[in-house]
Write a protein that binds this ligand. Structure first.
Ligand code: F3S
Length: 282
């Protein structure tokens, strides 16, 4: 069987960099922790666990750690966490994605200049909690167009608006328009990262040109589910799998070309395994 991989698939630049940073810290004679799982992938987290990397889930757990290295993952964290790590005498390795770091820098600068920070994003998401944790004054998070419509402020403070890196571009534009109509003094920094969109575009293109499509990713990963939906729109034989073990392809004889794409938390070795298996066994 001929197999073609989507041009951009699997780990984005920031996650790849963070995962490599964690691996580069292993094998030393010291305790290694990541603040939150470095990537939402059970296989990777399990492999790192075998290499002695532990996951800290929250501030309370962090407080109990006496020595070792704490790695900040790609999503980034609030400024306060840096302070806590340092005050406990722990070593800090920062694997925050540079695109997220840029948002932190904007938030620090603009809030220090007296602006109110408004973030378009998911309020419970760690990246958003990290972003608002760099604002010198209380920040506002808007999740939807409706939130933007309902927003009011009593003072005439200028606003700086940023977005979570994975926020939907059209929704962001709408929110900005609503704010501009309300005649607030708004400066906008579009901080959406195009890695997700790029991956979706590539998946659609590939799915339209193959006979069957395999989408690899976590069952609970929303970006993988989105990839699956996009591919299914273009290709009737689209399969969603987590690892090679789930692959039960029942393909018609006419199928000659299979495409593969993968969600943002799928490591390369799983992609390669599936690719080789399909190539040899079909
Ligand atoms: Fe990934 Fe960084 Fe973009 S973590 S999705 S490359 S902001």
């Amino acid at each position: 069987m001929e197999v073609v991989l989507a041009k951009s698939l699997g780990f984005c630049f920031g996650v790849k960099r963070a995962v490599e940073t964690v691996y580069s810290q292993t094998g030393k004679d010291e305790d290694i922790y990541t603040y939150g799982a470095v990537v939402n992938n059970e296989e990777v987290v399990e492999d790192l666990k075998k290499k002695g990397v532990k996951v800290i889930e929250n501030r309370e757990e962090l407080k109990k750690i006496k020595k070792g290295t704490v790695i900040i993952r790609a999503h980034g964290v609030a400024r306060e966490i840096y302070g806590q790590i340092e005050s406990q005498g722990l070593k800090l390795v920062d694997a925050t994605c540079p695109f997220v770091k840029r948002i932190h820098e904007i938030v620090v600068r603009e809030s220090a200049a007296g602006k109110r920070i408004v973030v378009a994003g998911n309020p419970g998401h760690p990246e958003v909690e990290g972003i608002i944790g760099w604002s010198e004054t209380p920040a506002v998070v808007l999740e939807s167009v409706e939130d933007a419509r309902n927003y009011t402020q009593k003072d005439n403070k200028a606003i700086c608006m940023v977005s979570q890196t994975t926020f939907n571009y059209n929704k962001f534009q709408y929110i900005v328009e609503i704010f501009e109509k309300k005649v607030y003094n708004v400066s906008v920094a579009n901080t959406i990262c195009n890695a997700t969109e790029e991956r979706q575009k590539e998946a659609r293109k590939l799915a339209a040109s193959v006979d069957a499509m395999i989408v690899i990713g976590g069952r609970h990963s929303s970006n993988t589910r989105k990839l699956f939906e996009i591919c299914r729109e273009e290709c009737a034989y689209t399969y969603f799998i987590q690892t090679l073990d789930d692959l039960h392809l029942e393909l018609p004889k006419s199928v000659r070309l299979v495409g593969i794409t993968a969600g943002a938390s799928t490591p390369n070795n799983i992609i390669e395994e599936v690719q080789n298996y399909v190539r040899i066994n079909f």
